[in-house]
Design a protein around this ligand. Sequence first.
Ligand code: AMP
Length: 116
Amino acid sequence: MATDPACIFCKIVRKEINAQEVLRDEHVVAFRDLNPQAPTHILVVPTEHAAHLSDFTQTAEDVRAARLLAAASELGRRFGTNGYRVVINEGPDAGQSVHHLHAHVLAGRHLAWPPG
Ligand code: AMP
């Protein structure tokens, strides 16, 4: 499995640092964000390291992308009683700060649109 020794989310996948996990399977790990922006703020990450969504260019990687989205939807339905939002930030303009692909699942309050 591709992993980056220095990556903080790879360390969570490998259980080298603690996180409040809510879901784990072969393809994804989901855990609560350290700095929540909503009553429910969960990050879903692929277990294999990929920095960006744009790294999923091969058809063989489609299952990983699909599982990431399906897990986000599953958690949105589990924790969001009145809807939820899934966000993926990529690159400097979107403010990506951790370079291991992750989907934010936000729920539990009204979420304004458009985002900032
Ligand atoms: P982004 O700005 O889209 O790259 O989001 C990175 C997110 O990771 C931020 O919301 C951080 O609060 C969150 N984060 C960083 N380190 C950790 C950690 N060790 N455990 C949980 N969430 C983290």
